[in-house]
Ligand binder design. Structure first.
Ligand SMILES: [Zn+2]
Length: 199
């Protein structure tokens, strides 16, 4: 039937890893910022690997018949991407590099205030977070999942030879379709992640 490849309809064998930030980037952040963003990246890994999240992602890939003939490297970036050129209010959340078969997931761009005072976000149990902290950590999980789905759909369509803007609008439409009905799964995964801290 299908080849053994990291993205396979009907099976979950996706490996997600944290990308090692280059030293030149690391020196631009304070220790506090580094701690915050490494905790964030570990949180994203926990969310993607959460069994209920993984099951739902597997269902989407099955429905979409996502099959790749080569391994896809899925990496969680520690630091936010720079704003897209000429659009300072829009920030890249993910990318798929066809030539390298590599998906990159980026953290949300946050205000310095969050990074300075958001220490508890990844340390305290979910139930002890303030409502706005709960909303943010939910949004972090939801964005990571939505971005993952989005980029995997690009992997699916890469060989169709569509114009880039046609592919992008199709991928966005499918992404919003598949991101319906995730509320309970995400809330539970965020809650569970707070109980299973590794750090
Ligand atoms: Zn896209």
């Amino acid at each position: 039937m299908s080849q053994t490849a990291p993205l396979r309809a009907g099976g979950w064998n996706v490996e997600v890893r944290i990308a090692n930030p280059p030293p030149a980037l690391l020196v631009k952040y304070t220790n506090k910022e580094k701690t915050f963003f490494f905790d964030y990246a570990n949180f994203v890994i926990q969310i993607i690997r959460d069994p209920s999240v993984a099951e739902k992602l597997g269902q989407i890939f099955t429905a979409e018949q996502v099959n790749t003939d080569r391994p896809v490297d899925i990496r969680v970036m520690v630091f936010p991407a720079r704003p897209l050129r000429g659009r300072s209010n829009r920030v890249l959340h993910g990318s798929y590099r066809h030539s390298a078969a590599q998906i990159s997931l980026y953290p949300l761009k946050l205000s310095r205030d969050w990074i300075r005072n958001g220490f508890d976000l990844f340390k305290a149990p979910y139930n002890e977070l303030a409502p706005r902290e709960k909303r943010l950590i939910y949004e972090m999980a939801e964005t990571a999942i939505a971005t993952f789905v989005h980029e995997v759909l690009h992997v699916k369509f890469e060989r169709r030879g569509m114009a880039a803007y046609v592919e992008e609008s199709l991928v966005r439409k499918l992404e919003s379709h598949y991101m319906e009905g995730w509320e309970e799964t995400i809330a539970q995964a965020v809650h569970d992640a707070s109980l299973n801290r590794t750090s």
